[in-house]
Design a protein around this ligand. Structure first.
Ligand code: FAD
Length: 359
């Protein structure tokens, strides 16, 4: 049994704590805020790939669906354009989407979007092993930017719709990778889902506590403490806590002492205050401003959040790896591989738990 300190009780911290406590480790979660949840307090948040959460629940007790309702979003997304046209994109229905787009923009629009989804299918085949992989990732071979793919669409409103898959992370479509076409592909193929996030947070925290994890709130961790090349605990304002492994889910950029050799990407952002604030637009609705301005991002209400995508085409694939060069120090969460968003953050926690392994 290892003593594991998990820093942060957002989704990454909760999933890591649950998986590691279930593996039999002595887990302590240290959270600077007064309650768990982190960015999940910005509810609601539709998400893709529920299989990642299902897997964690199945491995650690009662299945996800026995704990909370996970409901398909209807529609998958609603696009609202400045000229008054609205498109409700059906969830997980390529033929329904084709029809909705033909109805909104005229015959052939659905076929244009099909080509985007086809690009996303090819990108997913390349990306899947990278996203599921345990290390930092190389960019996929299929190059270009999301704007390059958008430029191949004749319908300008479809171009704006495609580019919104970059702007939602705060990324620039002119530099974001073309491979972001995986997002509409995933929505069409595996669906978009919703769940009551406060319930999800409560169930994750409750199950982790049942497995023996201890939670301490209002405790800010200054950084990991080290003994030579390995971690031996964390530093607090008033002392240290010893640990054999530390799972850092706070912004990786806060690890000032560790930056050298740890990161290829230098730009990280502070986490938002863990206050309940309404999302900038109704979840699942994307509004396109007149004159081609960018659609709102997840982070407009929250300010910059770690995990916001940085400029270069390859930046999304240059997140710090989950296993660091300091032995026993692991990174999970939106700022680490494979990136932000509910399924990817949960995946980062599962990658870290698998690395640490059973007690
Ligand atoms: C407004 C908004 C809308 C979103 N919409 C969607 C959506 O529709 N679909 C989707 O899939 N994703 C969405 N996301 C993204 C998703 O919510 C995040 O990627 C995910 O919740 C991040 O989880 P995390 O654990 O990595 O980080 P966080 O939730 O930020 O958790 C990190 C925790 O660490 C704590 N902490 C920080 N520093 C320290 C320290 N030094 N010591 C101790 N504790 C510390 C913080 O208080 C926080 O609780 C949205 C995000 C926002 C902000």
């Amino acid at each position: 049994m290892a003593r594991v300190v998990v820093v942060g009780a957002g989704l990454a911290g909760l999933c890591s704590a649950l998986a590691l406590a279930d593996f039999g480790h002595e887990v302590t979660v240290l959270e600077s805020g007064p309650a768990p949840g982190g960015q999940l307090t910005y509810a609601p948040q539709p998400f893709t790939l529920p299989a990642v959460l299902r897997d964690l629940f199945r491995k650690t007790g009662r299945p996800l669906e026995r704990e909370l309702d996970v409901v398909p979003a209807d529609p998958a997304v609603r696009w609202v354009f400045a000229d008054g046209v609205e498109v409700a994109v059906p969830n997980a229905s390529p033929s329904g989407t084709r029809r909705a787009l033909d109805d909104a923009f005229g015959p052939g629009a659905g076929a244009q979007w099909d080509a985007v989804v086809g690009h996303g299918d090819r990108s997913w085949r390349e990306l899947r092993p990278i996203v599921l992989g345990h290390a930092g990732a190389k960019p996929p071979r299929s190059g270009g930017t999301l704007r390059d793919v958008a430029a191949s669409l004749r319908e300008p409103r479809l171009r704006a719709a495609l580019e919104s898959y970059a702007t939602r992370f705060g990324a620039d479509p002119a530099t974001a990778p073309a491979a972001l076409t995986v997002l509409p592909y995933l929505e069409q193929t595996f669906g978009v889902w919703t769940a009551d996030l406060p319930t999800l947070v409560g169930v994750l925290a409750g199950r982790a506590a049942e497995r023996g994890a201890r939670f301490r709130y209002d405790v800010t961790v200054a950084g990991p403490s080290r003994d030579g090349g390995r971690v031996d605990g964390v530093r607090l304002a008033d002392g240290t806590i010893g640990a054999d492994a530390v799972v850092w889910t706070a912004p990786p950029g806060d690890l000032a002492d560790e930056r050298r050799g740890l990161f290829r990407r230098r730009r990280d952002h502070p986490a938002p205050a863990a206050a309940a604030v309404a999302a900038p637009v109704p979840a699942g609705t994307v509004r396109f401003p007149a004159g081609g301005g960018r659609a709102a991002s997840w982070y407009d209400a929250a300010g910059d959040v770690h995990g916001a995508a940085a400029g270069r085409v390859t930046a999304l694939f240059r997140r710090p790896a989950n296993v660091t060069k300091t032995r026993g120090l692991y990174l999970a969460g939106a700022g680490a591989h494979p990136g932000p968003g509910i399924p990817l953050v949960a995946l980062s926690a599962s990658i870290v738990a698998d690395h640490i392994g059973r007690a």
